[in-house]
Design a protein around this ligand. Sequence first.
Ligand SMILES: CC(=O)SCCNC(=O)CCNC(=O)[C@H](O)C(C)(C)COP(=O)(O)OP(=O)(O)OC[C@H]1O[C@@H](n2cnc3c(N)ncnc32)[C@H](O)[C@@H]1OP(=O)(O)O
Ligand SMILES: CC(C)C(=O)C(=O)O
Length: 388
Amino acid sequence: MLHDPNRVYVFDTTLRDGEQVPGCQLTTPEKIEIAKELELLGVDIIEAGFPVSSPGDFQSVVEISKAVTNPTVCALTRANKGDIDAAVESLKYAKHPRIHTGIGSSDMHIKHKFNSTREEILERAVEAVKYAKKSVEDIEFYAEDAGRADVVYLAQMVEAVIAAGATVVNIPDTNGYCLPDQYGAKIRFLKENVKNIDKAIISVHCHNDLGLATANSIAGLQNGARQIEGTINGIGERAGNTSIEEVVMILKTHQVLGLHTQIDSKRFYELSQMIRTQMRMPVQPNKAIVGSNAFAHSSGIHQDGFLKMRENYEIIRPEDVGFPSATIVLTARSGRHALKFHLERLGFTLDKDELAAVYNKFLTLADVKLDINDEDLNGLMAHRLVKN
Ligand SMILES: CC(=O)SCCNC(=O)CCNC(=O)[C@H](O)C(C)(C)COP(=O)(O)OP(=O)(O)OC[C@H]1O[C@@H](n2cnc3c(N)ncnc32)[C@H](O)[C@@H]1OP(=O)(O)O
Ligand SMILES: CC(C)C(=O)C(=O)O
């Protein structure tokens, strides 16, 4: 089915799972603006919303369908006709529409959410896929809470929905429960035991409740999944979803995995900033790839090593993710090499003794002032040394 077996499809759910986050709700024009940026980033699928949820969300899916050309536009539904009808209607302008329908697959959900049985839930899953397939060719099925589902039952469900017409089977770790080896083994089991699995793409949708969303997504890809679902900045329900920027940069950094996406990673930083601002959701400074400290070197030993050869302390080049530049931050944990670097940048050339003297004054100041800027450095140099 796939032309390139090593191609990983990127399914962005910033506008659906990300937008579920309290305080992150967006207007339709804001969603359109983000969808256009996602298209430029090169995502393969944009999950634009949950149309039955509200008139505003329905309209957003309609307008995003008109606004983008290349990506598939996907609408989420529960496994029922009303949700699917709303999704079909909202996707009528999409060049490449996809319906994402599904139902709980763990015994926990089957018993305590649906008060049902495995047999009945399997029937509802198949019915939903068949119903959606009457209107839209591309159907993704999600087996909610698959991370905690019995793998043999999950395999039956996956086989049945593929037979009913699902083109993508999503195996979500809805509660961020799995360890990477458990999740990888689950995907491997499906790959090896579902007899029609080659007729569909396996998708991974991992939550971050234990901080394992990215690790689990990679484990899924290593075991045969070829679509990864996530959001920019990792936003999403509770502790969030897999960060798309992390998965893409892992695949680029570890080429030995032999997997690739069509993402233009140079757009990550700008888009991350846009999502942060529009969705009113700060990015933690130490966030991998896009956090403000992701390329800030702040201790003397690291700064010295970085200045000698940046690869000593950088496995990703900031320009590869559109980050403005690496920085050498001067604090009381900095050493002479970092101080010299900044003084030379300001036009001061010092011999060893002069540098030692200025460094002592610098430390006294840095112990009381948390970070030292150019004005402070100029102050330290005033009346002491001749500028070049
Ligand atoms: C894993 C995910 O699905 S992630 C997506 C989660 N996103 C959202 O929930 C946001 C959009 N949701 C909404 O706007 C609303 O919850 C609606 C419109 C979908 C439903 O609202 P309501 O009809 O008031 O129902 P409410 O949300 O209180 O309860 C959910 C109902 O859907 C059922 N349900 C939940 N998931 C599914 C499913 N996949 N398939 C079929 N039914 C489902 C529940 O069992 C419950 O039904 P019940 O009333 O028979 O017990
Ligand atoms: C709708 C599904 C894919 C979901 O968000 C989840 O299971 O977390």
